[in-house]
Design a binder for this molecule. Sequence first.
Ligand code: SF4
Length: 394
Amino acid sequence: MLFSDTIEALTFQQRRILREHEMDMNLWGGVTLREIWPENCDNSSKKDVNKAYASVIKKIEAMRNECSDYGEFDSGEYRREKVTVIPDFPAAEKIMGRCPCPKDGELTRCCNLRTLDAVQQCAFGCAYCSIQSFYSKNNIKVVSNLDSYLENLVLEDGVWHIGTGQSSDSLFFGNDYGTLTALGNFAKKHPDVVIELKTKASRSDWVNMDLPANIIATWSINAKTIAEKEEHLTASSEKRIESAVKAAENGRLVGFHIHPMVYFKGWKEEYAELVKLLTSSINADSVVMIGIGTLTFTKQNLKVLREGGKRTLVTKMPLTPAAGKYSYPLEIKKEMFSYLYSLFPQEWKRKVFFYLCMEDPSLWMPCLGRQYNCNADFDNDMKEFYLYKINRLR
Ligand code: SF4
């Protein structure tokens, strides 16, 4: 039983709030709620409990507002339950969707990405992953009839930007189940469709495949500490960049997501190292985009994380409401994103499309020095830029 549940004089609401904090503290693995609860408190006295409650909430908020410290943090050995690949999952249901930005009100600046759930669930174990909690835990479903599904897909005229990395890691299986062949056939038939693969894997056995230029491969990369302690079972950021270099050497356009940025002790140094490694490893001409973003959780993500009980510091943040989800406050985001952007050489800023992913529109100008008046402007500009780079390769 949680300590908060044993304190009789707490109101229902106080108990609920404390329980959530307590579950987060269990994930962080530092002090417990019992340890910060005042010793001299009479837990049956309403007055004492209210006073203790206020002081404890203040302490927890102070902890959430500090940079996370991974120095002492031990995420333990990560054990993945055995996963079963179901390779003959037919695309009978709708597998095309759109990105999870809120549809109404333009609360986030959204690029209107379309999603294609060609593989569902992932064998990696990133602590912050929403995909993990979305699908059944141990089954990875691979759509078997993707080729015929895409062959029969009717698209309205116009430029489409479709990502496969919103339901799984796009390159974990490479072309083991023919997914890349099917996407390649589709991309050849629709030269104005941009297909974006997104991965944290390091395999590069697919880079020699005959895939058209409008398939772009992107790697999600992160500071060393975050990749090691929170992105379980994935390749290191160095290995991810190495495989992007191989793809670029084979004439492919590549991109990077520096997402989710985490506010931890040493973040400035580690993100600077990451950008240095990236910009010294690859030519900006081969890079189409850099997407920047941070940790964002839905209520459901938080519930699954708390109930799962696996050690992580990703919830050790203020959990400020942000467009129906929870994230860092805008000031922290501004500090992280503007710093990251400032690290890139001018040549990259000219030749690569930088954007903020699913973020508050007010962050664009202070962080990237440009902004859009509406989502449609962002969407059009991004597609125009991607096609410009793709057409130079054709
Ligand atoms: S690689 Fe992507 S899909 Fe896989 S666990 Fe990590 S965040 Fe989730």
